[in-house]
Each structure stands twice: as C-alpha cells, then as structure tokens.
Design a protein around this ligand. Sequence first.
Ligand code: GLA
Length: 572
Amino acid sequence: MSKLISVALLGAGAAVAAKLISGNRNKIKSAAKKAANLTKLTYPVNSKYDNGVALTPPMGWSSWNLFRNRIDENLIYEMGIALKKSGLLDCGYQYLNIDDCWHSSMRDKDGRLQGDLVTFPSGIKNLVERVNELGLKLGIYTSNGTLTCEDLPASLGYEAVDANTFAEWGVEYFKYDFCHNIPIPKTAPNIEKLTFSLQGSSEVTECKADDAILSGDAVIVKDDSLPDGKYITGLSANAGSCEWLNVYADKDGEYNLTLCIRKMKNTDKYIEILINGTDIYKTTLPSTKSFTPDGKHQIKVNLKKGTNTVKLYNPVASKQDSAAIQYTNMGKELKRATKEFAQKSGTAEKPIVYSICEWGRNFPWKWGKQAGNLWRTTGDIKPVWPSVLAIYETNIRLFKHAGPGGWNDPDMLEVGNGKFTIEENKSHFTLWCMMAAPLILGNDIRTFIKSDGSVDTENDVYKILSNKELIAVDQDACGIQCRRIKTNGMHDVLVKPLENKEFAVCFFNKASEPFVMEHSLKDIVFRPFVETPYAKQYSVRDLWSGETEIVDNVISATVPGHGVRAFRVKAL
Ligand code: GLA
C-alpha cells in the first residue's frame, strides 16, 4: 500500500520535509541505519569473479616502477625478449604489462583507445601478436575515471567499448586505476511516473506513483506543481525502492522508458531499473538549474509480451558502494567481451586477469573477489625500505581475504630498484611470496643478459627473482596468504600453509642489527589453520641456502638486519 503524505506545494526541499513527517521510532531507527550506511559497503557481495585465471597469484613484469612515462613499443618488446632469454618466463613470469602512457590522448574515429601514435606506432594488436610469439601475454592499463593518472583517456563510461578493444587485441591482463574517478551519485531522482512506448508511437503505458509498491524510505509526496500532483521520493542511498508489478506490453521488444521526474537538487542523480527481476538498466540524470518543476529522462529497455515487473532503486549508499559497482561493471564487460570475441572470431577465449587498483581506499578486500582477480591494498610502492615495510604492515593483516582467483595486491615489486641492500631485496621478495602476492617485476630485466647473450646467473637480483623454491611458496595451489603468528613489533614470525600438508615459516627482522629468532614447530602445527600433523621430527628446508635439516621441535636462526630467513617444513 502506498504511503501518501500531504504537503502542499513542496519544492526542492520536498524530500527533507517528507522525512520529518513521521516521528515514530522506526523512522528514527531507519535514519540511524541510513547514516551508518553512508560510510559502509551496502552492495551485496555473494559471488566470485571466476574467470578461470589467476588461480595462483599472477606473475610478470610491468613498465611503471622503473620507466614511468618513458616507454615505447621497442622497450616493451625488448623486455619480453629479456624475460624469455633470462629464464624468468620459465620461472612463471608470463605477463608483460604496459602501465600508464601507452596510449594516445586521442581516441580513434570509432571512439576506441589507440596506442600512442609516435611511441607505439605499430599498434597494440601487433605488439600482442609479437609478444604472444615469445610465449608471453600482454597486459594493459587504464583508469576507472575520466582520465588515467597521467591524464590520458580512460574508461569510466567507456567500459563496454574499451573491453571490446582489449579483447579484440588479445590483451590478457588489465590494470584499472582510480585517478579522475567520479563516484556514482547517492541521490536518486524523484519519480512522478513512468511511461513505456514503442519506437515511433506516442501511445504510452503509464505507471503512476499511486500504483507502485513502496519499500524502505520511499514515500509519495503531494505536489500541486506536477501534472499528476504527486511524486515518489526516498529512493536515494539504498534506502528505498518502488516497484510496479503489472506493466503490460503488447509484444516482446525494445521500449522507450520515460522517467517523469520532479526536478530537484543541484546534483547528479542515479537510478537503476530492474525489469522482471533480471535485466538491470543504469542511468545518471543531470543536476538541474531549470525553472520548470517537472522533467523527462529517457532510456531504452526491453519488455516481454504480457505483464512485466519494473523496480527502481539507487544501490549506492557510500563511496565503497560506488567503487564496488564501478569496478564490477568493468569486470563484467571484460568477461562479456572476451567471450563474445571468441565466439565471433572462432578462436579460444583469452580471459583477462583483472587487476583493481584503487589503492585500498574503499576497502576493496571486502568486494574485490566479486569484482576482479586482485586488488591493490595500499598506495603506491616506492623503492625505499620504509615503503616496503609500511605496505607489508597493512597487507599482512588482510590474509583472510586472499585465495585462488582473488588476491590482495601489495603493489608491484621494487626488487632491484632504488638502493635496497641485498637483504632488503630478499626480504621484500620473500614477504611478497609469503603473502601470496602477485609477483610483478618492476626492474630492468635486460640487465640480466650479458653482452654475449648469456644469462648473468650470478647477478644478486637475478638470483632473488629466480628463486624457484620461494616462487613455489607464492604459487602454492592452496592459495593461502601467510598469517603473522607472533610479533613484538620488530620481529615477526609468519606461517603459510602449503600443499601436501606442508607449510612455510618466515622469520622477519625489522631491526637493523642481526637477531636470533626461534619458534617451536609444535606451536605451529597445533594451530587450527595449519594442517600439518604433529610429528616427532620435521624436515626443515632453508629456502635461501637450500640446506635441509631434521628438526625435533624448535627452528632457530640468526636473521640479518632488515632480513628474513624462510623455511619449508614437512612432518616426517
Ligand atoms: C597510480 C598507480 C600506479 C601506476 C600509476 C600510473 O599511481 O597506483 O601503480 O599505475 O598510477 O600513472
């Protein structure tokens, strides 16, 4: 039953006035709930992105950390060759990712993104083909905004067209940044009525305010300035909805839906229209400066012959909701685009690893699994020790959110960049492996190839990045991020369960002086998240020295300043 509120001549303040009408306890509760929702995620998270890739953390190389905007197609290709020649591809580093600055400030004549006309003159499709011939997969980047962080064209509002372009090019990794983002408005329009008509006809089926089923905060407000004399309000911020259950259509097909609105507020408005419980149409209405009280907003929707249900609501109550919805939109387009392109071209589908990069601002670990394959948990990494440490401190706590197909991303590796000591480089790499982080290299791989074409296997950075036993810890099929089981602020003990009832344990010494650390294996195997059985003896393999010891209970090790010791443990 509709709730009718009599307020004569309500103007732009109608919604506010309507809220004041009923002072009962439920209204107060609902207002409190609404206020709380304005800061938290109300968007439902109940599924997984599930595109069949990134079942272990993705591994590759990216242009950003070292080269920033100074990139071109030759540099990218050379890096691909170096990945292959150096054996790093065989270690698992398979994605060659071009970060920001690959594209022209101009979309092409069809509105599609295109490579920079000077630095990527052969085009990205061509580069993908050459890179694929090397056995590598190409990755690309834009932003969930009007521009990228380097102010180049980006994909907000162009999700479908850009996803189609990437799928047609054969891109297999996509990083989606957050610069120049415009959040979805929390405000919903006020609805006087809906009309549906067929193209070319002025005959309409009307859905009047009085015939709607209202829920939540939705109410009808009387307004003599409108033709119908009333409108529905209270649909903003995921707090209310209105629904018509018997919208009759003569035949299946596309209809013009006109939202007859009560103009209000100098702010953009957003509404979703759910038809027959399955088809969702999304639309944004402009802010108003006009003098007339009523306005029209039209979109195309499909109706089926007979009766249809039509429901209107705005699911966005917070910035988190907005980010979750926008990132989810792009993810859906990527999945649709790769599938459609495979069908159209008769080739195997190339799913795109979808990397969400909104710097942890909107708690992406809460909704990222549903939207994509990995999500940055922090701001940008820098090639200095305090940056690695700060990122680790945030990311280590998020262990319960990571798993096959959806990973916490503490950002790309800076190993080999800046002025890290060898111990710091080893620690950075080891911590990322323990945290089941994506391993995206950020250094100049070409330096690993000597002038005679052979691989510089003695290069310290190369030895770190190609440590297959550490990589195996990162890539373990269980996909469990380590937990910090003990810390005194300076010395941490980390445990990561692995396949075959094994686990990795890492001692991390944040102090600058060496420190002797020890931990009892019995304490570890009796923890519920560890499946390793209790045993009289364990084999303990040092993942940096390659030495294996048989240990009864306590592992003890001298850990260098800013250093780690890491072991793989098996019950005997
Ligand atoms: C942001 C991202 C970085 C990088 C740059 C590119 O800062 O967090 O990882 O992609 O943009 O402009």
